[in-house]
Design a protein around this ligand. Structure first.
Ligand code: 1HN
Length: 355
């Protein structure tokens, strides 16, 4: 399989007889492993995904045009998909993750449904809209992170006067690979209110959780916390940056956690934020996680494999598995990322190579 162990070559006569054998096998759905082994078992990850960048205003233009042509109710979800150029037609930004920009206009409702795919929303523009998870509203501000974990009812509404646009990150290709897709619509557009708006953070966002009497542990949702406001995560990231020297490969970074497990926010998606001080350049790093990034603040540059992209606020880039990646902050650069790291860790596959 490796270059340093070349196979003895095949004679012409042998090759002809093998082709005859394959011709007879093929209609029986049989295939010789030795013809494909080196493509199946490779020394390093081989991915069809390519590095790519989308400028926010460019995507926004198409999304707003869609807003003139179709309502959120007609569309169910009015989203422009960011499709990896190496995965055409797959509605995938990496082989395991999906990305799209969703628009909800003032007064609109994106109707209530639930599905076995897990989703996160990272708010790109506007505030005052909400996502309701099982009937509990979380009101959005720019750069908040909101989760809709799998099989939880969710609807979105925009009672504000401004359009709201967010980045949707889902595990669509992962769930498709498992053939485990289920979905259903609620028989009404909005879930009846079950809790006062905002109580999610108050109950679960402070290292606490409800305790009940009795020997049977009260049912808790698997991911009880679903709202991670910008005001809170950015304060933590600034405090971290003030108290440590940046990691040479990723800068200052904080991972979003599920407070009940201390692990990734959802079973299939990890999320984190990074801060690179002005003038900071990372060393080159590869990792088996594929990642979707968006710029929250600042300007700079990223090298992904053989591509170099200039970065401005709200630009989005995708880093495929094992692509050598290097970041340069021109001004202080703050990034949000979601990745498939948690899946790779569960499968004991996660690897990094730091130069
Ligand atoms: C979905 O449910 C939402 O709830 C957004 O906002 C994007 C993409 C594929 C499948 C389900 C949403 C989605 C989605």
């Amino acid at each position: 399989m490796h270059e340093d162990h070349p196979h003895p070559p095949l004679a012409n006569e042998q090759r002809a007889q093998l082709e005859t054998l394959y011709d007879e096998m093929r209609p029986r759905h049989l295939y010789p492993l030795w013809e494909v082994l080196s493509a199946l078992v490779t020394p390093e990850p081989q991915t069809r995904a390519l590095p790519a960048k989308w400028a926010y205003n460019d995507v926004r233009g198409y999304l707003m045009r869609a807003g003139d042509l179709i309502s959120a109710e007609q569309a169910e979800r009015r989203v422009v998909i960011l499709e990896n150029p190496g995965l055409p037609g797959e509605s995938a930004i990496t082989p395991r993750l999906y990305a799209g920009l969703q628009l909800v206009l003032p007064g609109e409702i994106a109707p209530c449904h639930r599905h076995s795919q897990s989703a996160l929303r990272f708010i790109m523009e506007g505030d005052g809209a909400y996502t309701a998870v099982d009937g509990e509203k979380a009101f959005m501000k720019q750069f908040d992170l909101i989760l809709t974990p799998n099989w939880r009812w969710h609807d979105h509404g925009n009672p504000s006067n401004n359009p709201i646009i967010w980045l949707d990150g889902l595990d669509i290709p992962t769930i498709r690979a498992m053939d485990a897709q289920f979905a259903e619509r609620l028989d009404q557009p909005s879930h009846p209110e079950t809790e006062p708006a905002g109580s999610n953070r108050a109950k679960f966002g402070r290292g606490l959780r409800p305790l009940k009497a009795g020997s049977v542990r009260a049912e808790q949702p698997r991911e009880p916390l679903f709202h991670y406001p910008y005001a809170e995560w950015s304060a933590s990231l600034e405090a971290l940056a003030a108290s440590e020297t940046p990691d040479p490969h990723i800068g200052h970074a904080l991972e979003f956690l599920n407070p009940t497990t201390g692990g990734a926010v959802m079973p299939t998606i990890s999320a984190h934020v990074r801060l690179l001080p002005a003038g900071f350049e990372t060393r080159t790093r590869r990792s088996t996680e594929s990642a979707v990034f968006t710029v929250i603040e600042g300007t700079g540059e990223v090298e992904i494999g053989d591509q170099t992209y200039q970065l401005s606020p709200r630009d989005m880039v995708v880093v495929p598995s094992w692509a050598a990646t290097r970041w340069k902050a021109e001004s202080k650069l703050v990034l949000f990322a979601y990745t498939d790291r948690v899946v790779q860790e569960k499968l004991c596959l996660y690897r990094e190579l730091c130069e």
